[in-house]
Design a protein around this ligand. Structure first.
Ligand code: PEP
Ligand code: MG
Length: 545
């Protein structure tokens, strides 16, 4: 038995046989040169089409997010620019077709990486499509998750959305990955399936002799064994207490809301019985836009998202452009360190008219839909910035205005922030990255971005106290809110609304309903007193057992 450790990102313990997600194929060689380049090049489009057909066929048998992910990957496989560039390489240099696909995809990925941020995250998808087309050309099994025959623990370097979109949750006991972080696709997927997961497990892939594993999503431990172990599934989070109206067992109201990025996400939020939307990431509507959409276009796009929530709370975040989500029409130039650059609200200081047009569109969409709309600004650093934003939002006719707390300075000065806005919402993904000076996208730094880190919790406690002193509400809309156990701690720290990926809503709503406010407060004290993330989580779990 060998014990490795990583970062637990989805709670529970499970054990069973290991199934390894196939690693990418070896790099296809550039030689020998092909004798008939034209015929070789002609093999590429049908191979890409076959990959797309296979993904579309899988998409047809599933619904919701899984369908969208598979269709997006299929569309990427059919992208004519990838195929035609690969054909061109075969014709120009007589390289074999698999090699040409590798090189063409490499160029495509490089241009996405150069764009940076959110588009750079799509590099993982380009590599996935590339490997599938190469496997098709070589006539071998594509990399990725093999069809599971029995309940198994999946072991991988990291998981791509298309690897996991149609996984059968009854056959996946747990996930363990060598890379990935608390906000990675693997983490979000595991929480939505309700299975334990540990990411950033250094040395995991080197243990090729292990045939079974026990994964502890609470402590982050992964035990590998060369002998079979008794199969044990994690207890599924109890969601029976979720009534659709959030609060603790002794009646303290806690709103349980969903995060949405575009109209496609709203169905999941409604079916999870979210009480509304705590974070509408408006920039997700425009990641591919070259030009600023006019007010009427924006108004229609926002109204489509708001309509299912008539009469309910929706917090619309103004464009959070820059860093990991660059927008074509808000080019902030070449910055040496974009995460610390002109991003979020900072973009609006130079282009206030873009913000004003967006606020006008949001106010119009609020009226069109009948939703109870507030707005909030991303990446606020000072009360002065928050006041500047609040004045513009109120001028546009939006009554309730808030600021996100993602910058440590904003957390430290939360009291003064709350004097100029109606509420704050804590973005724990960015707050953790800036508190620990640790890029949230780097698997190697996943431990620092663990939202159970007591240093992060102590900052959240400060913000919670500022909320109770000023009588204003404090929410959390980062991934921390999607962890049912941590949700209780956040409530104990004074947080009065939690907003998360829709699939986590029932489990978090139930967890909050299953604890009293004094118990949450005691749990919060316990977590604050810990000196590390694992200790905080273990102590809180013990407190509720
Ligand atoms: C956050 O930073 O926690 C947040 C909710 O914003 P985003 O993830 O969109 O940066
Ligand atoms: Mg953020």
């Amino acid at each position: 038995m060998l014990r490795l450790s990583g970062v637990g990102v989805s709670n529970g313990r499970a054990a069973g046989p290991v199934v390894r997600v196939a690693e990418p194929l070896p790099e296809p060689p550039a030689s020998p040169a092909v004798t008939d380049p034209e015929a070789e090049a002609a093999r590429i489009p049908p191979a890409a089409q076959a990959v797309a057909d296979g993904l579309f066929a899988r998409a047809a048998s599933v619904e919701g997010d899984a369908k969208a992910v598979l269709e997006t990957t299929a569309a990427m496989a059919m992208d004519p620019s990838l195929s035609s560039r690969a054909e061109q390489l075969v014709n120009q240099r007589a390289v074999p077709a698999p090699r040409a696909v590798l090189e063409a995809a490499g160029e495509f990925a490089e241009s996405l990486r150069a764009t940076g941020g959110y588009l750079a995250e799509r590099v993982r998808d380009v590599h996935d499509v590339r490997d599938r087309i190469i496997a098709e050309l070589l006539g071998v099994r594509p990399p990725g998750v093999p069809a599971l025959q029995e309940p198994s623990v999946l072991v991988a370097r990291d998981l791509a959305p298309a690897d996991t979109a149609d996984l059968d949750p009854d056959l996946v006991l747990a996930l363990a990955t060598e890379e990935g972080g608390p906000t990675s696709h693997t983490a979000i997927l595991a929480r939505s399936l309700g299975i334990p997961a540990v990411v950033a497990v250094r040395g995991l892939l080197a243990e090729t002799a292990a045939i079974a594993a026990e994964v502890d999503g609470d402590s982050g431990a992964v035990e590998l064994s060369e002998e079979r172990v008794e199969v044990r599934a994690a207890e599924r989070a109890d969601t029976t207490d979720w009534t659709g109206s959030g609060g603790t067992s002794d009646g303290t109201r806690v709103k349980i809301l969903a995060n949405v990025g575009a109209a496609a996400d709203t169905a999941a939020a409604v079916s999870a019985r979210a009480e509304g939307v705590g974070l509408f990431r408006t920039e997700f509507c425009y990641l591919a836009a070259e030009d600023e959409p006019d007010v009427a276009t924006q108004r229609a796009a926002y109204a489509e998202v708001l309509e299912p929530f008539a009469g309910k709370t929706v917090v619309v975040r103004t464009l959070d452009a820059g860093a990991d989500k660059p927008l074509g029409f808000l080019d902030t130039g070449n910055e040496p360190n974009p995460a610390l650059g002109v991003r979020g609200l900072r973009v609006a200081f130079d282009l206030p008219e873009v913000l004003d047009r967006q606020l006008t569109a949001i106010a119009g969409a609020a009226g069109d839909s009948g939703a109870d709309v507030s707005v909030m600004a991303p990446m606020v650093a000072t009360p002065e910035e928050a006041a500047w934003f609040a004045e513009r939002a109120r001028t546009a006719g939006i009554a309730r205005v808030g600021a996100m707390v993602e910058v440590p300075a904003a957390a430290l000065i939360a009291r003064e922030l709350l004097e100029v806005v109606d509420f704050v919402s804590i973005g724990t993904n960015d707050l953790a990255q800036y508190v620990f000076a640790a890029d949230r996208q780097l698997g190697a730094l996943a431990g620092l971005n663990d939202p159970w880190q007591p240093a992060l919790l102590r900052l959240i406690a400060m913000i919670g106290r500022a909320g109770s002193e000023t009588g204003k509400s404090v929410g959390v809309c980062g991934e921390a809110a999607a962890d049912p156990l941590l949700a209780r701690v956040l409530v104990g720290l004074g947080v009065s609304s939690l907003s998360m990926v829709a699939t986590a809503v029932p489990a978090v709503g139930s967890a909050v309903a299953g604890a009293s406010l004094p118990a949450c407060e005691r749990a919060a004290e316990t977590a604050l007193a810990a000196s590390d993330a694992a200790g905080a989580k273990a102590a809180v779990r013990a407190a509720f057992e």
